[in-house]
Design a binder for this molecule. Structure first.
Ligand code: GLY
Length: 377
């Protein structure tokens, strides 16, 4: 029998707008002018965001659209689960949501990832928009199409690359965040500057106080440049075959710490710890110079992030939790390593490297012990 060749037309290039502005949630017509082209609009949110923004968004949209459904889940990482995805799907089916339904993911990274993954699989894929309300979601998770859920074996292990129709970042939402939630997101913005743009890192370092006090122009610049860097990277490597891995700086150790802490350590804080450890690994291996490491350590210390805060977590447990990281190949854990601030090391054209456990162990122990000096110095 001859082989049959399936030929599909090349996929249409995906483009979508990313708007970063104050007051966008109140200007729905600006970004959802064609609401009537959807059979229903479903807002997926969490219980904290619901009272802050979802109810008023729903009543505004009701003026534009007859069928609005609001689905709210408990806030927190534990909600990013298969049972919750199934719950949402059941509600969508019971409300007779068809393929022309639009999902609005209103909230932080947990909601964006969960709602996006639901949109990716519901009736084999329906439209969704990201409406991030946290800094972390604005600078990172809402952009680039990563969607997914956690399992007991690790974070984001089940999911899909599925791009939204638009990202609408209303920076007014950032004023309702606690300082901890704000810093949680700021770490991811700093990560983008560390991997790609030294000039922006120096700008953030020199304006840290103004950024933390949430001055509007500083917020807008911080988000704009993070998203710009991410969009350049994602356009070159959407499915993370190579270059996009650089967005995972700090995440091998960061995800492991989140898992070991049962998600008590927030993502951004875990990533900051991960960046310190992975930068120390890069220094131990002779890629990164000590001055660059010290500059990174000092910026995080100014944000109140110190290695010794994490000394209660077992080094061996963190190491063993890295073994289920998505970047691993052939059972070997891989790390994104800085060459200098603004540039990731690419050995043999690969942006993630295998590192001996002994080196990782040494780096974790060093970071946990030495940050104390920065705190008092
Ligand atoms: N959060 C990293 C990425 O989207 O690739």
């Amino acid at each position: 029998m001859p082989n049959i060749l399936m030929r599909l037309p090349p996929a249409k290039p995906t483009t979508y707008p990313i708007s970063i502005e104050a007051g966008l949630l109140k200007k729905t017509k600006q970004w959802l002018s064609q609401a009537s082209s959807y059979s229903s609009v479903v807002i997926i949110t969490d219980n904290n965001v619901k009272s802050l923004y979802a109810n008023s968004l729903a009543s505004q949209l009701k003026k534009q659209h007859k069928k609005i459904v609001v689905i709210s889940l408990p806030a927190g990482e534990q909600s990013k689960s298969a049972p919750n995805k199934q719950k949402i799907e059941t509600i969508l089916l019971k409300n007779q949501c068809d393929r022309a339904t639009l999902i609005l993911a209103l909230g932080g990274g947990v909601i964006g990832d969960l709602a996006g993954f639901t949109a990716a699989t519901y009736m084999r894929g329906i439209a969704f928009m990201q409406l991030p309300t946290t800094l972390l979601a604005m600078v990172d998770s809402s952009v680039g199409g990563k969607t997914g859920i956690n399992t007991s074996l690790g974070k984001n292990l089940i999911g899909a690359f599925y791009q939204p129709k638009a990202v609408i970042a209303d920076i007014d939402c950032l004023h309702s965040l606690s300082e901890k939630e704000f810093i949680n997101g700021l770490v991811e913005a700093l990560k983008y500057f560390l991997i790609y743009d030294k000039k922006q890192f120096m700008w953030a370092k020199n304006n840290l106080a103004k950024i933390v006090s949430r001055e509007k122009s500083f917020l807008q610049k911080l988000i704009y440049h993070s998203v710009l860097i991410k969009s350049i990277i994602v356009q070159k490597d959407e499915k993370e075959n190579n270059l996009r891995m650089i967005c995972n700086l700090g995440h091998t150790i960061g995800h492991a710490l989140e898992k070991v802490s049962h998600y008590k350590v927030m993502h951004g804080y875990a990533v900051a710890f991960g960046i310190l450890v992975e930068a120390k690994i890069a220094e131990l291996l002779g890629f990164l110079n000590a001055d660059d490491f010290y500059m990174i350590q000092t910026v995080f210390a100014k944000l109140g992030i110190l290695g010794h805060h994490y000394k209660k977590y077992s080094v061996e447990k963190i190491l063993s939790a890295t073994k289920s990281d998505k970047k691993n190949r052939g059972g070997k854990t891989r790390y994104v390593l800085l060459e200098r601030i603004g540039k990731i090391n690419a050995f043999d054209n690969a942006f993630a490297q295998v590192v001996l456990d002994a080196v990782v162990r040494k780096a974790i122990k060093w970071v946990v012990a030495s940050n104390c000096k920065v705190a008092s110095g």
